[in-house]
Design a protein around this ligand. Structure first.
Ligand code: FCB
Length: 441
């Protein structure tokens, strides 16, 4: 049997990613709580992973013992600024404690400033639809960065603006004030402006800051490559989902399938590119979907599907995602800010992990500037509208008892982090079914 190892450069960041609403629990002052109360989610977040109650400590212990040297978490705007005119210093102290907790465990922190949730006071005035969200966001960012800068220099301004805008304003799965593609694109433009303002504000406050955003990139293929219509639909959808926000950062013009918006101040506002990668979409024409510009996306019939059919395991898509990022933004570091799969029984996760890390290794070996990987997620957490039905954790969570249950992938990932690489031995131990793919004779 082949014996080999795929190694990563020294100093590579290995971590997991989480988001405040999904792990903290008792987070009742934001639009997602209301969305839950109105019955739009499968179950309720409740205590979630009880990080607000302090269980981040035991979970950070698990991460550190598992060899992780980094962690990405988000701070909750609605806790820090519960009303437009008040700041909650205790909430900021809570996050300072978490950051000290990471530092004490030898882990590099990365903080996300906006991860899907909005304070109710902002949501009630239609938040990101209004132009004045930009100074409001900047004010909040300044407050947070002043308070946390002692311990953190990696900042993600906004998580997945495309998912926020499209899942809410177009698909209706996330809370949104008014609906429609045009509203969604207006929201996206304001997010670009908010990001650019935050980028400058953070650099004013902290010289050594590294600021980026986390982009959800979906590679797409036409269902029938020979069909001009499917190819056209693929390009339209690709433009809306993948290109709108990044195009503004690369050129100063936000290009969407329905508009071009000049946002010159956004050009170049990135010190690194954060990429969230999960799967590849197959796109075709669909007469019944005018709201999505007649595009329809699905997974190939023969795909390796995840437990709840949410994702197809298509690891090459991560390689393509990195290549895309590198070409659009030459010369800035890339961090994989999320990648993972929902899999309560941990049947697919070990191979998903191995195959994606292998694709990332391929990219690194072209000398493409990938500097770290954050697996989604450390422990099962409240998965937005899909609630507790999807389990993304390396560790399982018994929601009733708060007990953590270690999945084989937690041990597998620990071996990867400690080795700073993926070996044939690990693959034969945790996912022998893909051994020949990863280590061909
Ligand atoms: C991403 C989100 C993250 C989590 C994963 C599974 O789109 O950023 O919060 O829900 O999907």
């Amino acid at each position: 049997m082949v014996q080999a190892s795929y190694h990563f450069p020294r100093g590579f960041l290995w971590g997991t990613a989480t988001a405040a609403y999904q792990v903290e629990g008792n987070s009742t002052n934001n639009n997602w709580y209301r969305w839950e109360q109105d019955g739009h989610t499968k179950g309720q977040a409740g205590l979630a992973c009880d990080w607000w109650g302090g269980r981040w400590k035991e979970d950070f212990d698990r991460a550190a013992e598992g060899g992780q040297n980094a962690h990405r978490f988000s701070v909750e705007w609605s806790r820090i600024q519960p009303t437009p005119d008040t700041w909650d210093e205790d909430a900021l102290e809570h996050y300072r404690n978490m950051l000290r907790g990471l530092r004490e465990r030898g882990m590099t922190p990365m903080v996300t400033l906006h991860h899907f949730t909005d304070p109710l006071w902002l949501y009630d005035r239609c938040g990101w639809e209004q132009a004045d969200v930009v100074p409001l966001f900047e004010k909040y960012v300044r407050k947070v960065v002043e308070a946390l800068k002692e311990y953190c220099s990696y900042w993600v301004t906004i998580n997945e603006p495309n998912v926020y805008a499209l899942s809410g304003y177009v698909a209706g799965d996330f809370p949104a004030c008014n609906k429609g593609l045009n509203v969604g694109m207006k929201v996206l433009a304001n997010m670009v402006r908010g990001h650019a303002a935050a980028y400058r504000a953070i650099h004013e406050i902290q010289k050594e800051a590294r600021v980026g955003f986390a982009h959800h990139h979906r590679p797409m293929v036409p269902r029938y490559p020979w069909s001009p219509l499917d190819r056209l639909m693929r390009n339209i959808r690709y433009g809306g989902v993948n290109m709108a926000f990044p195009s503004a950062l690369s050129t100063g013009v936000m290009k969407t399938p329905v508009a071009r918006v000049q946002i010159p101040e956004a050009k170049g506002t990135q010190d690194f590119l954060g990429l969230n990668y999960y799967s590849v979409d197959t796109v075709s024409f669909h007469i019944g979907k005018p709201g999505e510009l007649f595009t329809h996306s699905e997974y190939p019939a023969d795909a390796d599907m995840s437990a709840t059919n949410f994702l197809a395991n298509i690891p090459e898509g991560l390689f393509d995602t990195i290549k895309w990022g590198m070409r659009l933004f030459p010369n800035i570091p890339i961090l994989i800010t999320e990648n993972g799969v929902e899999d309560a029984e941990d049947k697919m996760r070990p191979r998903y992990l191995a195959q994606h890390i292998h694709q990332m290794w391929r990219a690194v070996n072209f000398n493409w500037p990938v500097k770290g990987y954050f697996h989604w997620s450390l422990v099962d957490n409240f998965e937005w509208e899909r609630g507790w039905t999807q389990r993304f954790g390396l560790w399982g969570l018994d929601v009733e008892t708060q007990k953590r249950i270690k999945r084989p992938s937690a041990d597998f990932y620990a071996e990867i982090c400690k080795e700073n690489g993926l070996s044939s031995e690990m693959v034969s131990k945790y996912c022998p079914e893909v051994f020949d793919k990863l280590f061909p004779v």
